[in-house]
Design a protein around this ligand. Structure first.
Ligand code: PNS
Length: 162
């Protein structure tokens, strides 16, 4: 069984993430989307919300499952018998940090990292920018799935722009 992990914050998931997840699901028997629980960073969406959204938008991919994780990614990969981490690379600017983490991770445990070039349609899309645009009423429909667009609208209606 070839199992890969797509780790990230997914706050929220974008069309760029989904493209990487979809393509990974064709390469591996199973793909786990692993949502990082970051104790030091309060996100816009709770971990439970991110997981629920991710499950909904990937329900067409039968070999993809969604979980949360804490601690080291290499430990999570070992515990889940995953041999590969898949990372999307949007631009050269992503590469420096991703290379450093990949080299650290292979040194720590032998887990391989596969860098997958992002679809150029989404090379400038980032969850942080999407949140900023949505917060001020900008159009995000081409960057995120419809469900996320709806949830962003609801979120900013509830919490405002403070
Ligand atoms: O979507 P993000 O926030 O860019 O994802 C970053 C993530 C979750 C892939 C990275 O922060 C990570 O792997 N965190 C787990 C902790 C860990 O293993 N740190 C050591 C990395 S060498």
């Amino acid at each position: 069984m070839r199992r890969a992990v797509c780790p990230g914050s997914f706050d929220p998931v974008t069309r760029g993430h989904l493209d990487i997840i979809d393509r990974s699901s064709r390469l591996f028997d199973e793909v786990i989307i692993a949502v990082l629980v970051n104790q030091t960073k309060q996100g816009l969406f709770s971990i439970a919300e991110r997981i629920e959204i991710l499950r909904e938008v990937t329900k067409n991919l039968p070999n993809v499952r969604v979980e949360s994780f804490q601690g080291l990614l290499v430990d999570y990969c070992r515990d889940n018998d995953a041999q590969v981490v898949v990372k999307g690379i949007r631009a050269v600017s992503d590469f420096d940090y991703e290379l450093q983490m990949a080299q650290m991770n292979i040194g720590l445990s032998g887990v391989e990292t596969l860098f997958m070039p992002t679809n150029p349609l989404y090379s400038f899309v980032a969850s942080s920018l999407v949140k900023e645009i949505a917060k001020w009423g900008g159009e995000v429909s081409s960057f995120v799935p419809e469900l996320v667009e709806r949830r962003l609208l609801e979120k900013f209606r509830d919490v405002g722009t403070d």
